[in-house]
Structures are given as C-alpha cells and as structure tokens.
Design a protein around this ligand. Structure first.
Ligand SMILES: Cc1cc2nc3c(=O)[nH]c(=O)nc-3n(C[C@H](O)[C@H](O)[C@H](O)COP(=O)(O)O)c2cc1C
Length: 238
C-alpha cells in the first residue's frame, strides 16, 4: 500500500520505472515488520515538556536510524532497542491506521504532515505528539531518509482528536481501512476543509504559528534540542 516514489519519478517512462524497480529503489512499506513483545497499554499519560522536541531519523521505509535523548527519555527505550527497528515499535493500538496511511502518502511524496499521534511508551503509558517531517533525497531524486520532529500536542485539541480517532478505529475494526478513509474524507468535505486546514482549525492557529512552533528541522539544528522563541503555541500549555 505504501510506496516510496518521488513526484518527479511519476512522470518518467514505464521503462525507467521498471529499471528503478529492478534496482529495488521502490519499496513497499514493510507491513509484516511488526515489533514483537509489544507493551500492554495502560491508561496513564506521560506529559511532555512543550519546549522540547522528540526527534528521529529513519530510512525510506521507516526503519529507525537515529533518535534523540528526549525520544529515549519519553519512550523508555535505549538506543540499542530502537536502532534498526521499524517505527511502529511505539505505535499505540488506539491509533487509526488511516492516519498512518495519510502520513505515508505524504512522506512518499516528500511532503510534510502535521498529525496528532498517540504513542506507546515501553512501560505501557501513552503520550500525545504533533508531528513535523522533512524528507531527504539522493542526487537521483530517490528518498533516502525521513526526519521527524514531534512536539507536545496542545491539550486544547486532544479531546476532539481522541474522539475522532475512536470513531475511526471502530470503523476500521468493523469495516476496514478503506471505509475509515472514506469517513475521514467525508468529514473534511462536510467541513469544506483540507486535512491541513482541519488541523490548523482545531488548534485555532495559522500556518505561520505552526511553523514557528517547530522551527527549522533536521539538518539545520538537528543536534540541538533548542526550542523556538516562546510563541503562541507554547502559551497554549500554560
Ligand atoms: C520519520 C518517521 C516517524 C514516525 N513516527 C511515528 C511515531 O511517532 N509513532 C508511530 O506510531 N508511527 C510513526 N511512524 C509511522 C510508522 O512507520 C508506522 O507506519 C506506524 O507506526 C503504523 O504502523 P503499522 O501500520 O505497522 O501498524 C513514523 C514514520 C516515519 C517515517
């Protein structure tokens, strides 16, 4: 379902697409790579420090290659437990599959997505994050890595998101992913908004505020855990 192809490549001829496939440059997202021994979820939240970022870098298929200290602190995993693992190691069972489908559809096109994600820590507790991504390509336009910066999800949006995700999960359990995707699209159509506008509306902010919440990503200040200037988003956590 999840493929890894740069938009430019979509226009290339069948022959070149075949040759890319032959070189294993297009990958199917590894659906069978579930981490074993998943922790049992418990109904306890870990509150994040809104001034800090949880960062990770993966290969094109979402295999973890780097995670910062705050990732380890919050998830409860050590480096040796995370590196080389699929990112679904912290997937919470309350998360609807359709959100990850949306995420991968964007990432495979090199696009960013701000998604609310409920993650599962090693001890079974959960923490809500808001995501921000950057994709890196090699000289041939093939995706080589994804950088994710996650920050604390503002509390004012969690109630509505949690409610929506419960609905989506229930639909997925009974009717499958396709039906939950239709429901989500129907909801956006009814509200006459794009997914991105829906998220901004929930937070009651505009794109500029969202961008300033995350600040420059990855390669620019990848090694630092510096927060951007305390702005509107940070004030939501007061
Ligand atoms: C850079 C990057 C960061 C990701 N961060 C998360 C995350 O924080 N939590 C999560 O559940 N999935 C995250 N994912 C998505 C996972 O790879 C995976 O699609 C998701 O956990 C659903 O897994 P499943 O379809 O195997 O159940 C991330 C993927 C990438 C590429």
């Amino acid at each position: 379902m999840y493929t890894n192809i740069h938009p430019k490549l979509e226009e290339t001829s069948k022959t070149s697409i075949e040759s890319i496939l032959n070189h294993n440059q297009i990958t199917t997202f590894p659906k069978n790579s579930k981490s074993t021994n998943r922790p049992a979820p418990i109904d306890k939240e870990i509150n994040l420090d809104p001034s800090k970022s949880i960062m990770s870098k993966t290969d094109a298929r979402g295999i973890i290659e780097y995670a910062n200290d705050y990732f380890m602190e919050i998830s409860g995993y050590e480096e040796y437990e995370l590196m080389g693992q699929p990112h679904n190691i912290i997937r919470h069972p309350d998360m609807p599959q359709v959100i990850f489908k949306l995420m991968w559809d964007r990432l495979n096109k090199g696009e960013n997505i701000h998604a609310f994600v409920k993650n599962l820590a090693k001890d079974g507790r959960y923490y809500w994050v808001l995501t921000n991504f950057e994709t890196k390509y090699d000289e041939e336009g093939i995706i080589i890595s994804h950088y994710a910066r996650r920050k604390a999800a503002p509390k004012n949006a969690i109630y509505s998101i949690d409610k929506l995700y419960k609905t989506l999960r229930a639909i997925e359990r009974r009717q499958g992913l396709e039906t939950s995707e239709k429901y989500l699209m129907g909801l956006l159509e009814e509200k006459q908004v794009t997914y991105d506008a829906f998220i901004l509306n929930l937070l009651n902010i505009d794109t500029a505020v969202m961008d300033s919440y995350f600040g420059p990503i990855a390669t620019k200040n990848y090694k630092t855990n510096k927060s951007p200037k305390r702005g509107f988003m940070s004030r939501l956590f007061k």
